[in-house]
Design a protein around this ligand. Structure first.
Ligand code: 5AD
Ligand code: SF4
Length: 439
């Protein structure tokens, strides 16, 4: 069997896409491997969101080049492909910029991979690029297969929000919602092949409006109720939410659907109204807090996470302090924070008042320290409590590792086989990054 290695960079959508690429390539007999040295086919699934992510592509391709060279001496062919948002952003330029790449495939065209590979194998030396395809890729991908107890399921792709810093509307295109029945079938396939928990993915998951059997648009809340009927599916999650797109039905679902986990990723980006406006985010801090309050009323134990950008053009010390203030007000359970990265083609990259790198670095360090303090306090508040934990893997140290309903990592020592099981664990210790539990 030929071996396939995929290095996935970036977001959960890329993680999902990588699993779907692997599913698509099974048709040609490719089997996934964790060992890039033995791979006949090497793929990098790239991210374009920040400059740093894009820079990593060069070094990774260098490594792939060495592997290809070594294998060539052994008389073996190695196919190198670049996938993901960098391909979409660069277009035909991609092959010129990365001479080592044989095939480049944009996020909308993964279903074309088997054909591209077949063509490459037939006419070696011919370099191929596939970008936006007119067909919806989801209709052409084979059945999904769970790779473990937790699975991602993309229900929506693209974004029409056009935040002024973000490349997603350009790389992933405008919003597209998969039909309800397709999503239901894929969820069923994932559960049939071992998934216990499914995370519904979309750049703007709350905007999902997939058509039902009658061709009428349905809502995310309706989808939650529909998927909750799947026997064997124990947990349902969704990400990412745009704060003001959350409907009262979604809030209500958190109250009435036990399978819907009490965790929401609700990126605020900044705690300053002026910066939010410049970011073209269509809410104020108080609008955001109103959403938080409604969610907490529905589920008092709701865990809230966020993304933050520091050093957006024009961000003053006062704006940054406002961000720290919102961090203290919400007391986030988890967070992701980044230095603003000017991306080509985005309106914010043209703003004059760019913030010096040193200030961005300093603000990021202060913010991350504050976020970690909250994360640690949040985790410690569970000491002495009992949580149902879904165990997903055994670590090298022999402990079981899994997730609480609030998406905290939980470790437990146990002689039992807990793989894929939801087990009540008493929390005995906690750090900023994980909890320790006992059976
Ligand atoms: N610079 C820094 N962070 C960014 N993000 C998106 N675009 C940029 C950028 N140009 C962050 C946002 C978003 C997350 C996925 O990435 O916080 O929510
Ligand atoms: Fe990017 Fe904004 Fe769309 Fe999120 S909502 S993907 S940050 S444009």
């Amino acid at each position: 069997m030929p071996k396939l290695f995929i290095n996935t960079m970036g977001c959960q959508m890329n993680v999902y896409d990588s699993t779907r690429m692997a599913d698509a390539l099974k048709v040609l007999g490719y089997e996934l491997t964790d060992n890039q040295e033995e791979a006949d086919f090497l793929i990098i699934n790239t991210c374009h969101i920040r400059e740093k992510a894009t820079d990593k592509v060069f070094s990774e391709l260098g490594r792939f080049g060495q592997i290809k060279e070594r294998r060539q001496k052994e008389g073996k062919d190695t196919l190198i492909a670049l996938a993901g948002c960098v391909v979409q952003a660069l277009g035909d330029e991609v092959l010129r910029r990365y001479p080592i790449v044989d095939i480049a495939v944009g996020p909308q065209s993964y279903h074309e991979l088997p054909e591209l590979v077949t063509r490459w194998l037939r006419h070696k030396g011919q370099r191929l690029v596939a970008q936006f395809s007119s067909d919806a890729k989801f209709d052409h991908l084979p059945k999904a297969q769970a790779k473990g107890p937790t699975a991602f399921l993309a229900i929506q792709e693209g974004c029409d929000h056009f935040c002024s810093y973000c490349v997603v509307p350009y790389t992933r295109g405008c919003e597209y919602s998969r039909p309800l029945e397709d999503v239901r079938q894929e969820a069923q396939q994932l559960v049939d092949t071992g998934a216990v928990e499914i995370t519904l993915l979309g750049q703007n998951v709350d905007c999902w409006h997939g058509k039902d059997k009658k061709g009428q648009p349905s809502t995310l809340a309706e989808l939650f109720y529909e998927l909750s009927k799947i026997e064997g599916l124990k947990r349902l999650r969704y990400t990412t939410s745009y704060p003001t797109d959350i409907t009262k039905e979604v809030v209500e679902a958190h109250k009435s659907l036990p399978k819907l986990m009490p965790y929401i990723h609700l990126p605020i980006q900044s705690g300053s109204d002026a910066i939010l406006k410049a970011m073209n985010r269509h809410y104020t801090v108080e609008d955001y807090m109103c959403v938080v309050q409604k969610l907490k009323e529905a589920r008092p134990d709701m865990a809230i996470s966020s993304d933050f950008i520091v050093g957006f053009p024009g961000e003053t010390d006062k704006d940054f302090e406002d961000t720290l203030a919102i961090v203290d007000r919400v007391a986030y359970a988890q967070s992701f924070s980044f230095k603003y990265s000017a991306r080509p083609g985005t309106p914010a990259s043209l703003l004059r008042d760019q913030i010096p790198e040193a200030i961005k670095t300093e603000r990021l360090a202060i913010l991350q320290k504050r976020l970690l303090q909250h994360q640690k306090a949040y985790n410690k508040s569970y000491i002495g409590k009992t949580l149902p934990v879904l165990l997903t893997e055994k670590t090298k140290k022999g402990q079981w590792l899994g997730y609480s309903p609030y998406l905290q990592n939980v470790h437990v020592e146990s002689p039992d086989d807990l793989y894929g099981k939801i087990v009540d664990l008493r929390i005995t210790d906690a750090t900023a990054s994980s909890l320790t539990g006992q059976q």
